[in-house]
Design a protein around this ligand. Structure first.
Ligand code: SF4
Ligand code: SF4
Length: 354
């Protein structure tokens, strides 16, 4: 079973778009041990994603979880996989060595040249210099690591340059999303800049692919793959299905945005998962009414309950910003795919497998 562990709900940063309700809560050793046992309880492999807040505030607990899971893995003869999302400010050599030894995937939250505008220490100081240094150390040890970019309206004019920067320092995987939630306002002029910057980034993605040095750029690549396969690879919603977050108190929720909401509490590390409640929630998931006749409905993030809740307060309602962003991305990805296919049909088919 895959679980996301909120080792701590605290963080050393104060990012302008943060949606986390930060508090100085830390998972107890007992909750941690029970969560590890629960991850192995369905008889399959176990997967733990260390998350927060900033998980590296509690680095020792991550080591402890890996020690416990190592023993459980031997006991049950099942593999265990680890992932971590970190802001990078506390990334130690000790952690990097252990991550490499355990095959942990690390995703670094790094906005590139937008970093100092949006991702700051609590003192207000920018984090660019520290996170750039951490990124270089990370890539030296784990070159397949992912950069997780968030574009906020106040920095979006630097988005394309940031994609190029992250590629230039060695990231082969760049995951990018716009900032969501009540702290950001995507006014029409900012959305226009976002569209222009995304087009510039898509051109760069195209050029790298044609030059034989491709990189994974999530906004465009997922939409191209959904065009080719007919499968919505962008559909990340797992509300009530998998990868459920475990809060510091041991309660298990449907997804990140629902933490602390009793209606979406789907179990705890002591009693396990409440299967009937999961099924009820999963069956509730449906295409929003406003999307039913849209030709993009199978390529859009419209049914991500977590994202919808963040944007509109309702799991079944897509925000106007999200709708226009999805349309812009799909058009751009389709143009990019057509250009790539025309320029090099064999290379295109070999890269995308179609
Ligand atoms: S690093 Fe993450 S949790 Fe911490 S303030 Fe920034 S967005 Fe929030
Ligand atoms: S593009 Fe808009 S209307 Fe179409 S499926 Fe997506 S959210 Fe719904």
């Amino acid at each position: 079973m895959n679980l996301t562990l909120y080792i701590t709900e605290d963080c050393d940063l104060d990012c302008v778009y943060c949606t986390q309700k930060k508090k100085p809560a830390v998972m107890s050793e007992e909750v941690l041990r029970r969560a590890c046992e629960l991850a192995f309880s369905d008889g399959g492999s176990a997967g733990l994603c260390f998350f927060g807040g900033e998980p590296l505030l509690c680095e020792d607990m991550i080591f402890e979880a890996m020690d416990i899971c190592g023993l459980l893995s031997e006991k049950y003869g099942k593999p265990v996989y680890y992932r971590m999302t970190t802001n990078g400010t506390l990334l130690t050599e000790r952690m990097l060595e252990r991550a490499a030894a355990e095959g942990m995937e690390i995703a670094l939250s790094f906005d590139g040249l937008m970093q100092d505008i949006c991702r700051k220490y609590r003192s207000g100081r920018g984090t660019f210099a520290d996170v750039e240094a951490a990124a270089k150390r990370l890539l030296a040890v784990l070159p397949a690591s992912t950069a997780m970019m968030t574009a906020a309206p106040q920095a979006v004019g630097r988005f394309a340059a940031s994609v190029r920067y992250l590629y230039d320092i060695g990231f082969q995987r760049i995951h990018a999303v716009p900032a969501y939630g009540s702290k950001v306002q995507w006014v029409p002029s900012a959305q226009e800049i976002l569209a222009g910057q995304m087009a510039e980034a898509a051109d760069f993605y195209k050029k790298c692919l044609l030059d034989g040095d491709p990189f994974y750029f999530s906004p465009i690549e997922t939409k191209i793959r959904s065009l080719l396969s007919g499968i919505n690879v962008n559909d990340r919603c797992h509300l009530g299905f998998s990868q459920m977050p475990v809060a510091t108190d041991g309660n298990i929720y449907a997804c990140n945005q629902f933490m602390g909401d009793a209606d979406y509490c789907l179990g705890n590390v002591y009693d396990g998962i409440f299967v009937r409640k999961c099924a009820t929630l999963a069956f509730r998931r449906k295409l929003p009414l406003s999307c039913q006749s849209c030709s993009f409905k199978s390529r859009c993030l419209n049914s991500c309950g977590c994202l919808n809740r963040l944007e509109t307060g309702r799991e079944d309602t897509v925000s106007p910003f999200q709708c226009s962003y999805e349309k812009m991305l799909i058009h751009l990805a389709d143009e990019t795919a057509a250009d790539l296919r025309t320029a090099d049909t064999t290379g295109f088919e070999s890269y995308f497998g179609h």
